[in-house]
Design a protein around this ligand. Sequence first.
Ligand SMILES: Cc1cc2nc3c(=O)[nH]c(=O)nc-3n(C[C@H](O)[C@H](O)[C@H](O)COP(=O)(O)O)c2cc1C
Length: 392
Amino acid sequence: MPTLKTSVLGIDFENPFILASAPPTARIDSIDKAFTLGWGGAVLKTITPDNLEMIEASQRYAAWKNGNRVCGFENIELLSHLTVQQWLDGIEFLRRKHPTKVQIASIMAPVVKDEWQTLVRTLNDAPIDAFELNFSCPHGMPEKGIGMAIGTNAEISAMITSWVKEVAKKPVFVKLSPNVTNIAEIAKAVENTGADGISAINTVQSMMGVDLDTFVPMPNVNGKSTFGGYSGVSVKPIGLRCVAQIRQNSDLPILGIGGISNWHDAAEYMAVGADAVQVCTEVMINGYAVVRAMKQGLLDYLESKGFTSPADLKNKAIANLSAHEKLDKSKQVYPHINDELCVKCLKCVTVCDESEHSALSLQNAHIEVNRGNCVGCSLCSHACPKSAIIMK
Ligand SMILES: Cc1cc2nc3c(=O)[nH]c(=O)nc-3n(C[C@H](O)[C@H](O)[C@H](O)COP(=O)(O)O)c2cc1C
């Protein structure tokens, strides 16, 4: 039988599913509950110096739903409202009650050496396993020159990492923003000044929508809005790309984050380089108990592939990533229509017609493929409402 146990920078994870720094890790009693329900660890809601003002807006969330499913989630929430002392007491309590669970202290401070180092020194002797530097919150904080304002600047990111590394007694992960042109460059910059690992990604800067009666963008905060951070299942492709790009350029351990809602998503992150994963929005929408199916699903998958632990899965897809110019373009796939599923709605014919190729037509109650016109793009298979088309 495989195990879910994994080790990152000498930190033992009983399973690779940890809670991301966010509302599910904002209270000590709720982290206690999450550990009891099976999470392998938690990144605490970002801790700041006590004098950093945190005034929250109401409402602070907006969602994009497909039916009942929340596909994308936007927030304009700030950081932890607990004092540093409350965290110190809470970390102690959690360590005593859950000695095997990983606790990572997410921290953020103004761009002042002494502020960062004081925060690190205060937390250094607490029973945490690592630090995570939040260089990536895209709302509220950048206006103060911190959060994403740090993570979008390689030089400042590298400088703060070196300040923290001068005094930190625990490994240091740097949590990066996807809102940059080249995330691997920022990862390399912080690696060069001592980062021990990378967490990626934080939220994607976004605007959820606009109310066309009032013309107030969402979320509406007493008649005004601001840009927020996008998360949930719809950001997974962005997170995967970021993690893969970091992995292509660095061997540092990576905690993969972004749109993970089940074991499959987690396994994909591992295949492109993540050592373990963090989850936020899925827990906010469906509760801590989602971890049970995640753990069982990953365990079953590892067994089905003959892997002994998550470490065996790590980086498995990286060798199959290439530059576009190096892809083998000598072979082509074609659509195959399953007549039992096809309802002859002709949507595939329409989209093929109107998106360049006109390769499909209805003939004798069957969708025919004109191989001369078909370029194997796969659009028809994605547009089919009955999943009746596969590409072979
Ligand atoms: C409401 C909310 C609050 C968050 N607060 C923090 C925070 O305090 N610190 C931090 O590093 N990330 C914060 N995040 C970002 C998450 O940790 C995570 O990086 C992001 O949501 C992507 O993961 P997900 O798709 O699983 O939610 C927050 C996310 C949400 C939705």
